[in-house]
Design a protein around this ligand. Structure first.
Ligand SMILES: NC(=O)c1ccc[n+]([C@@H]2O[C@H](COP(=O)([O-])OP(=O)(O)OC[C@H]3O[C@@H](n4cnc5c(N)ncnc54)[C@H](OP(=O)(O)O)[C@@H]3O)[C@@H](O)[C@H]2O)c1
Length: 360
């Protein structure tokens, strides 16, 4: 493998720290830039010999200055859009954990990717799994894609139970250890909704050919059904170091610290359909995706506001979906022409959701 200088955006987060572990295990990988939002980076920079660090500010300035071979975008939320578009437009290899940027700016991102002509590796485990099952086969060979969802900590809760769940309970994910926003998104299934939209853009598939299935042990990350009747699955213990390493060391598939599947201790593979009544954010995301334009951007923005309010103890768990549904009903979903339109759509949806929040 040739040497790769990596710009690691969101270095202080759950993905960022696991990425540093993967980078340290592969001598050809080095870090040329680190970013965070508010946490200091001096210690990480010293430990990994990084020259350029940036706390807050415009991430594209850091990317311009550091001229990386690969950008790992592990920022959380809409704040990652600019960096995603920069990497795709410049043809710089992008390892994308920041799914929100592809949800909010999917049309623009795909157009920039085509112009830039670089590589795009999904870091989301389900999308990395689909990518690996596809091995570059054209989208017309695919019958459909199935994304698995653990179902989160409230998989067996009734709607009445969901009314009183706490932030602490929502943050106790049964299979994955992740940052707070995505952990709440996993509990509401909004995360799978975001992934549905992400898969639509990444794999150029219409929504009716992307299915979500609940699979509590998170051992199967995704299936691809092909048009000849064969289905491929990607299995492994739920550990993000596998998709991170795949993206950073492609096509080498370097060793990781993650053990191989062990059948001697037993393996449970159960699947069930998701329940739209208890987890309405999944069908809401599908609807936003199908409507297109700036609807997915608005879905994402309202969800970010609602999750932050839930984490702050301002609203209950079920209010997250209500807030997003109300905000979506108030936006016009204009076409996503350029970044300025998206920034405006994001701000509008945040204002709407914020207004509903204040009135609640
Ligand atoms: N964690 C997982 O296992 C996992 C799996 C699949 C996909 N993802 C996706 O990966 C992304 C990161 O998730 P995470 O769990 O690693 O999140 P996280 O632990 O909350 O870390 C987020 C990182 O982004 C930075 N950040 C926060 N707000 C920012 C802003 N406004 N501008 C620039 N940087 C900002 C944070 O900096 P500070 O520390 O300074 O706040 C931190 O470095 C998300 O899009 C998530 O959906 C995560």
């Amino acid at each position: 493998m040739e040497e790769r200088r990596i710009a690691l955006l969101g270095a202080t987060g759950s993905i960022g720290r696991q990425a540093l572990e993967v980078i340290a295990a592969n001598p050809e990988l080095s870090v040329c830039a680190l970013s965070s939002h508010s946490q200091p980076l001096d210690a990480l920079a010293a430990e990994h010999g990084v020259e350029r660090v940036q706390v807050g500010g415009d991430l594209t300035d850091l990317l311009e200055a550091s001229a990386p071979d690969l950008v790992l975008n592990a920022v959380v939320g809409f704040a990652g859009v600019g960096a995603t578009l920069w990497a795709l437009e410049h043809g710089v290899t992008l390892a994308l954990a920041n799914k929100e940027s592809l949800v909010a700016a999917g049309d623009l991102a795909i157009a920039a990717w085509k112009r830039g002509g670089g590589l795009l590796f999904p870091v989301d485990s389900e999308h990395s799994a689909v990518f690996q099952c596809l091995e570059g086969r054209a989208s017309e060979t695919i019958d459909s894609v199935v994304l698995t969802a653990s179902g989160g900590p409230f998989r067996n809760h009734s709607r009445a139970d969901l009314e009183s769940v706490t932030v602490e309970e929502a943050l106790a994910h049964p299979t994955w250890s992740m940052g707070p926003k995505i952990t709440v998104d996993s509990a509401t299934l909004a995360n799978k909704g975001l992934e549905l939209i992400e898969a639509h853009f990444l794999f150029d598939l219409p929504y009716e050919r992307i299915e979500v299935v609940v699979h509590p042990t998170s051992v199967v990350h995704a299936f691809v059904r092909f048009r000849d009747g064969a289905a491929f699955a990607h299995l492994g213990y739920p550990d993000m170091r596998v998709p991170i390493s795949f993206a950073l060391t492609f096509p080498d598939r370097r060793p990781t610290a993650v053990p191989a599947l062990d059948f001697s201790t037993g393996l449970t593979l159960e699947f069930e359909p998701p329940d739209p009544e208890r987890f309405p954010l999944l069908p809401l995301a599908r609807e936003a995706g199908e409507r297109g334009g700036t609807y997915p951007c608005a879905f994402n923005a309202a969800n970010e506001v609602a999750v932050a309010a839930f984490l702050d103890g301002k609203i209950g768990f079920l209010d997250i979906a209500t807030l997003v549904e109300d905000a979506l009903a108030g936006v016009d979903g204009t076409p996503a022409r350029d970044l300025a339109t998206l920034v405006e759509a994001d701000a509008d949806a945040r204002r709407l959701a914020g207004g509903r929040l204040a009135a609640a």
